[in-house]
Write a protein that binds this ligand. Structure first.
Ligand SMILES: [Zn+2]
Length: 378
């Protein structure tokens, strides 16, 4: 009966709300005195300049740096040099998922604390002790487990509200994946923490289905706050409580495969993950013989469409993609160490290809398999 599990559940401190940044002025200097302020896009440049200015005013010498690509080794190497040359004693990462991941990784490697300031609700990267590493061209390579979650996450609603609505829709799709993936990866786990994390993922899904459309319509609603925090905070907490058994399965494996295609690089993380959920459900229906998965997929389709999330290869910008390239996506997603293999049945690249092409179709699959075992209770 003995078992040992070690996981990083949450940042040491979470400050969230309308003026969370200002509220953190007392806290930041207790964590670092010479932070590297990391960001990326032009659209957040002015906001980040404001942050740098305020840090200066509260007596913190800070140096600003930008990610040139996605979170990749070339960027990390360059940032490490900047941090070392300026004797930085902490990293403040302000941006989307790639910036937050790069900030956490940099801090992890330099053994200095990290503060995350998500500038959208597109992912839960500001919360977790995980980082995805990409090639400098944006293709997913691997993820790395970090020794801890950030020291502090500052989730300032006034910052997040400035992000394009598309980032929130993308965050909703990424957070929805928690239920579809965790309920499969946890399997028949006897671990109470895992069981409870999976139930949190179910509640999270239900809230997103109810509040998602309203949140996108009205940024000043309570629904917006619940949804933005669900995507950026709760989704991370579920991964923290559930640990490795409560992580990604096929939806993220399909995302990782899709990032291998240049044509898909303009799509956001959650937009690809959302399509990945449809593919995973199609696989569960097609190979696992799980009719509930088919029903779930057909219910999810109009919801994703309402949020203007991609539900076809065309929507993903892949209308001109060749069969050869789609096969490459499937080969990547089916690699030996892929999370896709946490599905309770074997998936070959050719069956994945079939599901990838047909994931957004609104009709049930003709089930050949006799296996009607349910892999998830709805
Ligand atoms: Zn994700």
């Amino acid at each position: 009966m003995d078992f040992l599990s070690s996981h990083s559940i949450a940042p040491s401190k979470v400050v969230r709300g309308e003026h969370a940044w200002e509220e953190s002025y007392q806290l930041i200097p207790t964590i670092c005195r010479r932070p590297l302020l990391l960001g990326r896009s032009n659209t957040t440049a002015e906001l980040r300049q404001g942050l740098a200015h305020r840090l200066q005013e509260i007596g913190l010498k800070n140096v600003s740096a930008e990610l040139k690509h996605d979170c990749c080794e070339a960027d990390l190497k360059r940032l490490k040099t900047i941090a070392c040359n300026n004797s930085c004693d902490g990293v403040i990462a302000a941006g989307g998922g790639k910036v937050l991941d790069a900030g956490k990784l940099l801090a992890h490697r330099l053994e200095i604390p990290c503060i995350t300031v998500p500038l959208s609700a597109a992912t839960c990267a500001g919360w977790t002790a995980l980082a995805n590493i990409y090639s400098s061209a944006g293709a997913f390579q691997r993820d790395e487990v970090l020794n801890k979650c950030p020291e502090l996450i500052i989730f300032d609603h006034s910052f997040v509200r400035q992000a394009p609505p598309r980032t929130l829709a993308s965050g909703i799709a990424d957070a929805l994946a928690k239920w579809y993936e965790a309920s499969v990866s946890s399997g028949s786990s006897k671990d109470g923490l895992i069981q409870q994390a999976v139930q949190m993922a179910r509640v999270l899904r239900d809230q997103l289905l109810i509040d998602g459309p309203k949140a996108l319509q009205d940024q000043n609603s309570h629904a917006w706050i619940r949804v933005a925090e669900a995507c950026a905070l709760t989704a991370g907490l579920i991964g923290g409580i559930g640990g490795a058994r409560c992580r990604t399965v096929a939806a993220h494996a399909v995302h990782n495969g899709l990032t291998q295609l240049e044509a898909c690089h303009e799509m956001l993380h959650g937009e690809k993950v959302g399509y990945g959920i449809l593919v995973q459900l199609r696989l569960e229906e097609m190979i696992g013989g799980n009719q509930l998965a088919g029903q779930a997929r057909r219910q999810l389709l109009p919801f994703l469409q309402k949020l203007e999330l991609p539900v076809s290869l065309e929507d993903l910008g892949l209308s001109k993609v060749s069969l050869f390239e789609l096969k490459e996506v499937c080969q990547f997603a089916c690699q030996e160490d892929s999370d896709l293999h946490h599905l309770p049945f074997t998936v070959t690249p050719s069956s994945l290809l079939e599901a990838l092409v047909a994931a957004g179709k609104d009709e049930p699959v003709i089930i050949e398999s006799k296996n009607t075992e349910k892999s998830r209770a709805s």
